[in-house]
Each structure stands twice: as C-alpha cells, then as structure tokens.
Ligand binder design. Structure first.
Ligand SMILES: [Zn+2]
Length: 111
C-alpha cells in the first residue's frame, strides 16, 4: 500500500520585511521615509521576493531609509553602491512589499 503522506519536515522560516511609506510626521526623518516591519515567513515560493547581494560594487555608503515601524529612533540604514539611486530603491522596496507581501534582503535578513 502506497502512502501519500509526506515525511515530517520542519518548516524552515526566514526573516522577511515589509516596507511601507511612513507618515508619522517625525522631524527626525525626511518627508518621504519608509517604515519597516520584520517577521518570519516559511520558505515557500510566492511568500516573499528575494533581493540578494545587490549592494553594488563601488563607493558603498550607508543610507537612511526610515525607521522600524512604531520605533522612530530605530533607524533603518542600508548600504548600497554609488550606482544605485536611493530614492528609487525606497519606492521599489515599497512596491515589492505590496506586490509580494514581503522582501527578503540579505542586509536585513541575515543576522
Ligand atoms: Zn516615520
């Protein structure tokens, strides 16, 4: 008799992030900053999109994108090379979060 039950495999979870525009009105942050929520998701296709190792190749700098959701003083800084347009990146993070639900980003997801 054949069994259709799959063997028990523990779900592997990864840290993913959801970026959204923040309208907290903080004077510490620019008018168009983003907020970040971090949570765990199982590794399954369709549960998040991965942006891996796209920091850039030259003139890397840390850029402030915003803060952790609910914690204005927990600044979100990400490092990218000079070839990236940072304002476009913030918009891209928000758009990807809306489209895929969450983003896996090596700089934030690998502790
Ligand atoms: Zn804010």
């Amino acid at each position: 008799m054949e069994s259709t039950a799959r063997p028990e495999v523990p779900d592997l979870e990864v840290l993913v992030h959801r970026f959204s525009w923040c309208f907290c009105g903080s004077e510490t942050h620019s008018a168009d900053h983003i907020k970040l929520r971090t949570f765990k998701r199982p590794v399954e296709s369709g549960k998040a999109v991965a942006l891996s190792y796209g920091m850039g190749d030259f003139d890397r700098q840390k850029h402030i994108f915003g803060h952790v959701d609910g914690f204005e003083s927990e600044i979100v800084r990400l490092e990218f090379g000079g070839e990236w347009e940072i304002e476009n990146l913030a918009s891209t993070f928000v758009a990807l979060s809306k489209k895929h639900g969450a983003v896996w980003l090596d700089q934030l997801s690998i502790p």
